[in-house]
Write a protein of this length. Structure first.
Ligand SMILES: O=C(O)CCC(=O)C(=O)O
Ligand SMILES: [Fe+2]
Length: 293
């Protein structure tokens, strides 16, 4: 079946499209290896989470659990009430996230099979030392109320690709291409986080170059998956109560970027080890690439 395409936003030189019935080959050529975002309208068709992940479901099953948001602990049942009653002016705290593999493994089957567009994946390869990705949450459920804004503009840690599947409600995303990195003021100690966090109201006196950036904003609705390629700056804001599943991916398309991040993290403190790790990752990339083909 041919791909059906709808243009979601065209602004400056950036076009974000929504596509249905896209072949893996088209995705690989136009998005994965072109490092270009897209909203996929039907990627999660096979997930039982698609109809199951509602506020009511989580309230019934997990009201007695606790969630930690920005260092504070909340009862999850109370949080669900809050996400339903929060408003644009007075949103519930965000992001409220559950780690599926670590804390809610029984929900894993609901987000399987893994999205075909998020394959092949090297995050779970036994040959990839776990430590290189420690601190990365690679499969999470996000809950938010209207007005809940992700706290900073960033690209995903370690240059992983992100797939954010909206399962309930509508969320607005803003993206900025990687070549505009000089305009977003990466934090000196955290180069994947921008100092300009209020992009709807940037402080142009403090961050004058941001005036040259061309952020584009669009809305993702239930059943739709946003592919955010590595290095693309982004942030999000819920327009309604929302539930989303975020999944990360690492493969040949972002391997070089990943290696660069590993090097940045290690080369200052442990230059000899950093060099050995680069050699290992370079060989590993070749070996895994052969298997993947
Ligand atoms: O859905 C959101 O709020 C954005 C999440 C995100 O970008 C992330 O966790 O890296
Ligand atoms: Fe992100």
């Amino acid at each position: 079946m041919a791909t059906q395409t709808v243009e979601l936003v065209r602004d400056k030189n950036i076009v974000v499209e929504k596509k249905y019935h896209m072949s893996y080959e088209e995705f690989a050529k136009e998005h994965l290896f072109a490092n270009y975002p897209v909203v996929i309208g039907d990627a999660c068709e096979a997930w039982s989470a698609k109809n199951k992940f509602t506020p009511q479901f989580f309230k019934e099953r997990y009201s007695d659990r606790e969630v930690s948001i920005a260092g504070k602990t909340y009862n999850f049942g109370d949080y669900i009430d809050w996400m339903l009653t929060g408003t644009e002016e007075n949103p519930a705290p965000y992001p409220c996230t559950l780690q599926i593999e670590r804390d809610y493994p029984e929900l894993l089957p609901d987000v399987l099979p893994r999205l075909k567009y998020a394959q092949p994946d090297r995050i779970h390869s036994k040959l990839l030392p776990n430590r290189l990705l420690s601190g990365a949450n690679t499969l999470e459920i996000f809950f938010g109320s209207p007005g809940a804004q992700f706290p900073y503009v960033h690209y995903d840690y370690m240059s992983l690709h992100a797939y954010i599947t909206q399962l309930y409600g509508h969320k607005e995303f803003t993206v900025i291409p990687p070549d505009q990195t000089p305009y977003v003021y990466p934090k000196p100690d955290n180069a994947w986080v921008s100092e300009v966090n209020d992009i709807r109201n940037p402080d142009l006196e403090k961050y004058p170059l941001f005036a040259k950036a061309t952020p584009v904003t669009f809305v993702v609705g239930p059943g739709e998956t946003l592919f955010i390629p590595c290095g693309w700056w982004h942030t999000a804001r819920s327009l309604t109560p929302t539930i989303s599943v975020a999944l990360d991916c690492l493969n040949a398309s972002n391997w070089k970027n990943f290696m660069q991040e590993v090097d940045t993290n290690m080369s200052q403190r442990r230059p000899a080890l950093a060099k050995a790790v680069q050699t290992y990752l370079s060989v590993l990339g070749g070996v895994l690439g052969t298997f993947e083909r």
